[in-house]
Ligand binder design. Structure first.
Ligand SMILES: Nc1ncnc2c1ncn2[C@@H]1O[C@H](COP(=O)(O)OP(=O)(O)O)[C@@H](O)[C@H]1O
Ligand SMILES: [Mg+2]
Length: 297
């Protein structure tokens, strides 16, 4: 599967800093994930098995203000291992803030958040480690403009995870293949389409071996014809058992990949349900109103 004719790697040949033995074949968690599309059974704790995995991200009584604005109101939310949760709701309802509190890009005023049983660290090395464990993909791809695609994906593992350079490059190349942009490895972000850049951003997050991936409107900045290629990568991640929180208004994605839809409005979780149930039978007036607006577009 490795595309060894791909020119970027040859052009950038550097003496290996690590013995290549051991690096090859140690694809880590990505190895099993790659095969998931070809009919293998979903990972442990995977949705639709009827058995949720263990609680991985737990928010209890979370409150957050921006000045007078109460943006998160008593948020209780448990994301189980292997679960895919789509967060939906009107603009300004607090969806991005919710994501940002989970990897502590925003602090909270009360309540608690834990990831894999540990409360969010305040600062320092522990915080850097948390950020690695909680991958985040933004609407604007946020790649390093002056670094190649391959460097964008190897930087984190080398700097934060302490991976060897050669090992990190091998893994990065595998991940770029997985998201379908391996042949672009030597280019710079501006030379790629938006859809390709977003897939690189996903590969970059995956390179850190996150326990959970947060996606904040990952397709909102994309031209329509590029949305599907990004959603397809996300669906394959979901099918491979990745724990995911996805802010999106893409109903097709929610129906296909989500275990649960969480509807937010005015900083509150107003209701949550399985996608089919939520879309066909929303209970609250706010959800009905919101769905009426987006579905009639
Ligand atoms: N850094 C900030 N400072 C002040 N207000 C903010 C900040 N970030 C978000 N807000 C406000 O908080 C509310 C929730 O924002 P956000 O979480 O981005 O909502 P959503 O992602 O659902 O559109 C909005 O009213 C927004 O204007
Ligand atoms: Mg937002």
């Amino acid at each position: 599967m490795t595309d060894s004719t791909e020119p970027a790697r040859d052009e950038r040949a550097e003496p290996p800093v690590e013995p290549p033995a051991g690096a090859a074949g140690s694809a880590g968690s990505a190895g099993s994930a790659t095969e998931a599309g070809s009919g293998s059974s979903p990972g442990p704790g995977r949705r639709r098995s009827g058995r949720p995995g263990r609680p991985l991200v737990v928010l209890e009584g979370v409150n957050k203000h921006f000045g007078d604005l109460h943006v998160l109101r008593d948020i209780d939310l448990v994301i189980h291992e292997g679960e895919v949760v789509v967060v939906i709701g009107p603009s300004g309802s607090g969806k991005s803030t919710l994501c940002r509190t989970i990897n502590r890009l925003e602090t909270i005023e009360s309540g608690s958040i834990s990831v894999d049983g540990k409360p969010l660290p305040e600062e320092g090395k522990a915080l850097a480690k948390l950020r690695a464990e909680v991958g985040m993909v933004f609407q604007s791809f946020n790649l390093f403009a002056h670094k190649t695609i391959l460097d964008n994906v190897t930087l984190g593992p080398v700097k934060v995870r302490g991976a060897g350079k050669e090992q990190a490059r091998t893994r990065a190349q595998e991940l770029l293949e997985r998201v379908g942009v391996a042949h672009q490895a030597g280019k710079y972000p501006a030379q790629l389409s938006g859809g390709q850049q977003q897939r690189v951003a996903i590969a970059r997050s995956l390179a850190m071996d996150p326990k959970v991936m947060l996606f904040d409107e990952p397709t909102s900045a994309l031209d329509p014809e590029m949305i599907t290629e990004v959603l397809d990568v996300m669906i394959s991640l979901a099918d491979a058992g990745m724990t995911m929180v996805v802010v999106t208004h893409e109903m097709g994605f929610a129906r296909r990949a989500a275990d649960r839809v969480v509807f937010m409005s005015d900083g509150e979780i107003v209701e949550q349900a399985a996608p089919e149930e939520f879309f066909t039978n929303p209970r609250s007036a706010r959800a009905k109103d919101f769905l009426g607006k987006i579905l009639t577009h």
